[in-house]
Design a protein around this ligand. Structure first.
Ligand code: ZN
Length: 345
């Protein structure tokens, strides 16, 4: 599977550079539809914009999901001085977006660049900068436009309800690191595209009927709540592995989640994933993610009767400027390949 890692990396870089905060994901949907179509598949869009595709195999249905929606902002109000107040899309600390460049995308499709700054941010003018609480009352978007009043901004066509995409600052280093915002969960979306490519090219002997679902509202909680075909009995959310504190996952491993904030994952499915990782001598870790929810849990909460699991590449500094490594991508790809070709127990 090593030979698919460069394709996976290319997809991740392209997806990271495609803005898709939850609620504004049409460009990412188009990207996925085109990528899957060029691999020879027939993807479909659900009503809420998830991308669903069957990649072959017979037997019981297994669905693998990843989300391409990301964190972002929305214009909450245009201020009298021509600055923008924002509201969050998804959850993250405000110091993770301080001084970040961003793009305001109007409902008419016009785009304006800007920067997220503390109000009155000059260190030569203000002494208490380290002590100010970072939140939407003390921070604002400064547009790269000559605007001084609310009316100036409105004349550009910007108003409350416009989406704001954060600059992902995507970098792939020579030695295999990928640094970017939104590797959660564009790293896994790239991995699923790589898996789809490998299934076709290698004619992998699938032991199940395999579906992929790319969801669009995971960061706001309901991405995986709908859009499933008939006949599914197992679901694996492929989403970032949490890194930090007492967790064993790092950027080089595939992380198998035993439990997150919503509770434990299916016993048999999770145990099987651990067995396969062990047998194939993959770099892996089994972890508990303390502050985390997944599309699999959204599906179960919505009433689907599935065995559910969660795996993904280790992603450091999650919901900030994130980092993973090609080894983590490869180990995740290998575990998925083993699972979709493993006998049904
Ligand atoms: Zn995620």
């Amino acid at each position: 599977m090593e030979k698919y890692v460069s394709y996976v990396t290319e997809q991740i870089v392209n997806l990271c550079r495609t803005p898709s905060p939850s609620g504004f994901t049409k460009r990412a949907q188009r990207y996925l539809i085109d990528a899957l179509t060029s691999l020879g598949y027939s993807p479909k869009l659900t009503n809420k914009g998830s991308v669903l595709v069957n990649i072959g195999g017979n037997g019981p249905g297994l669905i693998l999901t990843a989300h391409v929606d990301t964190l972002g902002l929305m214009v909450r109000a245009v201020k009298s001085n021509g600055r923008l107040r924002f509201t969050h899309i998804g959850g993250f600390p405000d110091n993770y977006i301080e001084t970040e460049n961003c793009t305001v995308i109007t409902r008419e499709g016009k785009e304006f660049s800007g920067t997220i700054q503390l109000i009155n941010p000059a260190a030569h003018v203000r002494r208490d900068i380290p002590d100010v609480k970072r939140d939407d009352t003390n921070m604002e978007i400064v547009l790269d436009e000559k605007v001084k009043t609310k009316e100036d901004v409105e004349a550009l066509g910007i108003s409350a309800g416009d989406f704001v995409a954060l600059d992902p600052r995507t970098v792939a280093t020579e030695n295999g690191f990928i640094k970017s915002r939104h590797l959660d969960d564009k790293a896994s979306s790239g991995i699923l595209l790589g898996l789809a490519k490998a299934v076709k090219a290698e004619k992998l002997p699938l032991t199940r009927n395999i579906w992929l679902l790319f969801t669009m509202y995971e960061e706001v909680g309901h991405g995986g709540s709908s859009g499933y075909p008939e006949g599914i009995s197992e679901m694996i959310s492929v989403d970032m592995g949490a890194v930090g504190d007492d967790l064993e996952t790092d950027e080089y491993k595939v992380s198998i989640c035993a439990k997150d904030s919503h509770g434990p994952y299916d016993y048999d499915l999770t145990t099987r994933l651990i067995q396969l990782a062990k047998e194939k001598k993959l770099q892996y870790a089994v972890d508990i993610y303390p502050f985390y929810g997944s599309d699999a849990e959204a599906a179960l909460s919505a009433g689907y009767d599935y065995k559910h699991g969660l795996i993904g590449p280790g992603v450091a500094a999650s919901h900030g400027y994130e980092r993973t490594h090609k080894e983590g991508l490869l180990n995740t790809l290998l575990l998925l390949k083993e699972y979709i070709t493993s006998p049904i127990l």
